[in-house]
Design a protein around this ligand. Structure first.
Ligand code: COA
Length: 260
């Protein structure tokens, strides 16, 4: 029996496709689904057969239409902080994963869905995708890191506008704002994500993980990003893949990286 009731996992050539699978509720994130996402991303960390991951949503309508409002409506000041912190922890695990994680945004990415997409290292959207942080409609604010990551990705003024108006924006506007990397027709969404992932996975894995660490360091107030970069650069130079990459260039052949 599968460990997962709300996710579908499919490992394809080292790429773990994690599909949020509650299509009848537009893939809304209930607490059980958040727990399963934590287990799935832990698998990405731990399983050497997994080289990278792609998050997407089941069905044609939604990536994820937010946290599950039927559960949110039960929150009080006693349990709400823990609710937000647990979600934040899971999304931080995604962000800090040193294997690449792409969001394939196939439809509505609202509230927690937009936050899940933003926790991934990059986002590819189908033409029909819609993005928004509509929490103020419910008397709420984003609680899974949205106030921080939306501001980091699109800047203060537009982030303020989107979160205060609760407006939904289409994929092309999201791309113009820097929220998504690429917009493609629906049928090309997974092929495009696979193409990008396959390209990334052909590079030196240690270097890819260190790029992720260094970019994340920009947003970590406790880290000096330049120091993180210098240390990571030095780490690369002591790796077998560095020897292989530079030798392959000089010998005019393709490198064969081992991730060591
Ligand atoms: N939480 C729980 N259930 C949700 C949900 C959410 N965030 N979003 C959608 N659903 C459920 C609906 O209640 C409905 O369930 P039902 O068939 O049992 O009544 C089902 O998913 C389909 O949604 P529906 O609203 O009928 O689809 P629609 O096409 O008319 O509207 C949306 C789509 C996305 C505009 C609308 O569902 C919506 O606004 N969802 C909430 C978005 C939101 O505020 N997210 C932030 C939460 S913090």
């Amino acid at each position: 029996m599968s460990l997962y009731e709300n996710l579908l996992l499919n490992l394809d050539n080292g790429i773990l496709v994690i599909t949020i699978n509650r299509a009848d509720k537009l893939n809304a994130l209930n607490i059980d689904t958040i727990k399963e996402i934590k287990a799935a991303i832990q698998q990405v960390y731990d399983d050497p057969a997994v080289k990278g991951a792609i998050f997407t949503g089941a069905g044609e309508k939604a990536f994820v239409a937010g946290a599950d409002i039927s559960e949110i409506s039960e929150l009080s000041n006693v349990n709400a902080r823990g609710f937000a912190e647990r979600g934040q922890e899971v999304f931080s695990m995604i962000e800090r994963c040193t294997k690449p994680v792409i969001a394939a945004v196939n439809g509505f990415a609202l509230g927690g869905g937009c936050e899940l997409a933003m926790a991934c290292h990059m986002r590819v959207a189908s033409e029909v995708a819609r993005f928004g942080q509509p929490e103020v409609n419910l008397g709420l604010i984003p609680g899974y890191g949205g106030t921080q990551r939306l501001t980091q990705l699109i800047g203060k003024g537009k982030a303020m506008e989107l979160m205060m108006t609760a407006d939904m924006i289409g994929a092309n506007e999201a791309k113009a704002l820097g929220l998504v990397n690429h917009v493609v027709p629906a049928a090309e969404l997974m092929p495009k994500c696979m193409e990008i992932m396959t390209k990334i996975l052909s590079k030196a894995p240690l270097a890819i993980g260190l790029v992720i660490d260094c970019v994340n360091a920009v947003y970590d107030k406790d880290e000096d990003g330049y120091q993180t970069e210098a240390n990571s650069f030095a780490r690369c130079c002591s790796s077998e893949d560095f020897v292989e990459g530079t030798n392959a260039f000089l010998e005019k052949r393709k490198p064969v990286f081992k991730g060591a």
